[in-house]
Design a protein around this ligand. Structure first.
Ligand SMILES: Cc1ncc(COP(=O)(O)O)c(C=O)c1O
Length: 487
């Protein structure tokens, strides 16, 4: 169990002391507890939140050189998650991921990563100058989504690149699919290099045994977690967990200091402190309720004609070791409308806002902030939509096969920094891309900076556009032009 008293909230308490002392503020921010702020905003948000919007001083400690309540709050966070050290990130998991990468690889080092990484991973690679070695996640063709990577895929990549300096995996995916992370950690460690995990969607793992295993408990060396996405902290606040065996924790602090603002929000950090207390002391029961509610919704959605919401049956598939049941991926492929359309109808007609959508699916994110009433409203709206659309002519959509990963000629950093010229897509074949091309589904980039543009990629992008799907990544929002590297 925990080594520390997880009921403590040292940073929040320090802020309460500041407020209760009725401290006279001759420090930034200039709104001075809201006194200097326009009523339009102040009257809506209220005075309390403004009274803890403070800056670095001894009572409330410094994020860059923590010695007081922030140090204690980070120690409590490490203890709660079973890590050696934890860091507050006020630039979300994006910032924490960049810090993980910069902590373990330098210019020219190889890092093994899945092809379907979040753009913050690519940002970390561009900043560090590392060379990505891509591995392919498994793909579920029925729902058209990328799943996890298998231990065998990681092993093969390491065999072919024994000089790699680190492996990064996403666990779980946005859709709650978890890989066999324990076996992956063992394989990575047999090469004596760190496994770092994008655990943006897993800040609740480890607090309820009905959920997949957390990265740190599976043996990972670092994990970046969007506390704000899943549990009770404010948007932008995340945690970075570190194990010291293969990672230099002092370097991690230096990198975090390099990347983060010198004016971190104490509102965000205090919310992290309290969210950690909440998940550590009440997580099991809160998550039991969240899981029960999501399972109820999954059962009901699966009774609606034309809809499918995958559950444990997906565990049979390659690349899936465990599933986070709080994620509800509502597949409307059989109903014959796109996930994007389903999301739009729910938002515009029913004022129900989902997290995201793609060709075949729309994602509802569950958490312990949900209510039965909320889920009932969603279920009843989905029933109405099904009644309206299930017998209409189907929009016939097929899943398009993703082209092979093209050859990387130039490292992403050089490609990103280099001089570029825009060319019409077809004319760019054979050139080196200076940009990304990503298509949904399944959200896997088809082209990254520094890679050679192939005819297959252009055919694929044109097919995607013809099908009315999102293709993105280029400076040109219509993706008619792509900027190629001047060589
Ligand atoms: C897989 C994944 N990694 C990282 C991030 C970045 O997290 P944050 O929004 O906390 O910066 C996201 C955000 O959606 C994500 O989906």
């Amino acid at each position: 169990m925990y080594k520390l008293d997880q009921t403590q909230t040292p940073l929040f308490d320090a802020l309460m002391e500041y407020v209760n002392n009725k401290t006279i503020p001759f420090h930034v921010p200039g709104h001075k507890k809201g006194m200097g702020m326009d009523n339009k905003f102040k009257n809506f948000v209220g005075n309390n939140v403004l009274s803890i919007d403070v800056t670095v001083f001894k009572l409330v400690d410094s994020l860059h050189h923590p010695e007081g309540p922030i140090k204690k709050a980070q120690e409590l966070a490490a203890d709660a998650y079973g890590a050696d050290r934890a860091f507050f990130s006020i630039n979300g998991t994006s910032g924490a991921i960049q810090a993980m990468i910069l902590s373990v690889v330098s210019h020219g080092d190889k890092i093994i990563i899945p092809r379907n990484v979040h753009k913050s991973v690519t940002a970390g690679i561009i900043l560090s100058g590392a060379v990505p070695i891509y591995i392919k996640p498994e793909v579920d063709r029925k729902v058209g989504l990328a799943l996890g990577v298998t231990p065998e895929t990681v092993e093969e990549a390491l065999k072919n690149n024994p000089d790699a300096k680190a492996v990064l995996i996403i666990n779980p995916t946005y859709y709650g699919v978890a890989a066999d992370i324990k076996r992956i950690a063992d394989i990575v460690h047999s090469y004596d290099i760190p496994l770092i995990v994008d655990e943006a969607h897993g800040a609740h793992l480890g607090f309820n045994n009905r959920l997949p295993m957390s990265a740190i408990s599976a043996g990972a060396d670092m994990s970046a977690q969007s506390t704000h996405k899943i549990i009770g902290s404010l948007t932008q606040s995340s945690l970075l967990q570190v194990m010291e065996k293969r990672v230099d924790v002092n370097k991690v602090q230096q990198v975090m200091n390099l990347l983060q603002t010198t004016s971190p929000s104490y509102i965000l950090m205090a919310s992290l402190d309290v969210a950690r207390m909440q998940i550590a002391t009440k997580g099991k029961e809160l998550l039991d309720r969240a899981i029960d509610l999501a399972e109820y919704a999954r059962r009901e959605i699966n009774k609606i004609p034309g809809l499918y919401c995958f559950g444990d049956e997906i565990l049979k598939k390659k690349g899936v070791y465990a599933l986070d049941p709080t994620k509800l991926t509502i597949s409307c492929r059989e109903m014959g409308i796109t996930g994007n359309k389903l999301e739009r109808i729910l938002a515009e007609k029913y004022h129900i806002q989902l997290e995201l959508s793609n060709l075949f699916n729309a994602l509802a994110v569950g958490s312990f902030g949900d209510s039965k009433e909320g889920f009932d409203a969603l279920i009843s709206a989905l029933k109405e939509i099904s009644d309206e659309y299930k017998d209409l002519p189907k929009e016939n959509r097929r899943m398009l096969d993703i082209p092979d990963i093209p050859k990387q000629i130039v490292a992403p950093r050089e490609a990103f920094m280099g001089d570029k010229t825009p060319l019409p897509l077809r004319e760019s074949i054979g050139c080196i891309s200076g940009e990304f091309l990503m298509a949904y589904p399944p959200g896997i980039p088809v082209l990254c900076p520094g890679e050679v543009i192939t005819p297959d990629i252009i055919d694929y992008v044109e097919d995607m556009k013809d099908a009315g799907l999102y293709v993105q990544g280029t400076e040109d929002p219509d993706v008619n032009y792509i900027r190629i590297l001047n060589v």
